[in-house]
Design a protein around this ligand. Structure first.
Ligand code: KIV
Ligand code: ZN
Length: 386
């Protein structure tokens, strides 16, 4: 792995599946896992094996199936969780145990009724125990976003001493500002003893709509893994959207950070996840929303028809969308009408276009969107055309 490669850790099947009412069965998970492997993700977090027999089975079956990506199982810093995860992962070609504990003041006080020294010890013990089963152990410091940096650095040091090679710094509640999250990564890079033996990982939630920005700021400041989900699905406001971080890194080559994602598969897998989970993707969702490459106002349409790059920073084909859409509405201009008319077989002269356009506006004022059938009707009923 080169220094500028950002590992993509997909947690659609674990953190993503925590969306209420979106439970997947094992066969649905296997289909998604295989598509994630084809997409080129580096790690598939397949589930939380101790949580239920169904999740155990899914992790076990995914472990047998996946040939390229690392398959990961989540645990708490609890011996039995770790033992069960190791068992579920035993057929994986590249198994990883992802273990950890809450480190913020509120987690230590309210969730564990504990103290910092005990948390430091539990972090060490969990990683050391996981390491007795697999070589690849990732440690998470839950609620790291609200954890004091000095204490967080000590927890990370303990995890590294016990053998962790990936340190996950979750902004569990989606609270951090990008500058704050970036500074946290930078602080850990500068202050954790032994950090050269591990990579830092971003795991950002979207409660304030900052998950993508925070993850990007994290990798700019030295992290080399991003944890994310397809379509950004996940509990509450969701996780970092995989398609967004991948395309940001691709479209900003001067950052000198790349991924192994085959971006032309993004739209297909987005549809698969949305259909399997029954979660509708908002039309204005970046990269994969229905309107991400649709142009409906006259000024924009004219620009895009002359040269796509006037209003598009991504070639739709790069993410698996066949072509940009020129949507006809009452806000559309003559250029868009001529373009769509040509697509359905009419080469209009200037005079014909003027006449058809007047008819089109009357029609379009009564409809949200004009489809191909409407175009035929509008043209055939226009005086000058006949
Ligand atoms: O958001 C979070 O803190 C998590 C951890 C369990 C990794 O999902
Ligand atoms: Zn999470």
């Amino acid at each position: 792995m080169s220094d500028n490669n950002v590992q993509i850790f997909d947690t659609t099947l674990r953190d993503g599946e925590q969306v209420p009412g979106c439970k997947l069965n094992t066969s649905q998970k296997l289909v998604i896992a295989e598509r994630l492997d084809q997409l080129g993700v580096n790690v598939i977090e397949a589930g939380f094996p101790v949580s239920s027999p169904g999740d155990f089975k899914s992790v076990e079956e995914i472990s047998k199936l996946i040939k390229n990506a690392t398959v990961c199982g989540l645990t708490r810093a609890v011996k039995n969780d770790i033992k069960v995860a190791a068992e579920a992962l035993k057929h994986a070609k590249f198994p990883r145990i992802h273990t950890g504990i809450g480190t913020s003041e509120s987690h230590i006080k309210f969730k564990f009724n504990s103290n910092q020294d005990t948390i430091l010890q539990r972090a060490y013990d969990a990683v050391a125990y996981a390491k007795s089963f697999v070589e690849d152990v990732e440690f998470y410091a839950e609620d790291a976003g609200r954890t004091d940096n000095e204490f967080l650095a000590r927890v990370c040091e303990n995890a590294i001493k016990a053998g962790a090679t990936v340190l996950n710094i979750p902004d569990t509640t989606g609270y951090c500002l990008p500058s704050e999250y970036g500074a946290k990564m930078n602080y850990l890079k500068e202050n954790v003893k032994g950090i050269e033996k591990a990579i830092l990982s971003c795991h950002c939630h979207n409660d304030l709509g900052l998950a993508t920005a925070n993850s990007i700021e994290g990798v700019i400041n030295g992290a080399r893994q991003i944890e994310c989900t397809i379509n950004g699905i996940g509990e509450r406001a969701g996780n970092t959207a995989l398609e967004e971080v991948v395309m940001i890194l691709k479209q900003h080559p001067y950052l000198n950070l790349d991924t192994t994602i085959k971006t032309e598969n993004l739209y297909g897998i987005s549809q698969l996840v949305s259909d399997s989970m029954g979660i509708y993707t908002q039309p204005n969702k970046a990269i994969v929303g229905a309107n991400a490459f649709a142009h409906s106002s006259g000024i924009h349409q004219d620009g895009v028809i002359k040269n796509r790059e006037t209003y598009e920073i991504i070639n739709p084909k790069d993410v698996g969308v066949t072509e940009s859409a020129i949507v006809l509405t009452a806000r559309s201009g003559r250029a868009a009408l001529a373009y769509r008319a040509k697509n359905v077989g009419y080469e209009l002269t200037k005079l014909q276009l003027d006449n058809v356009y007047a008819n089109f506006l009357t029609f379009a004022d009564q409809k949200k969107e004009i489809n191909d059938t409407d175009i035929h009707q509008i043209i055939e009923t226009s005086q000058v055309y006949r």
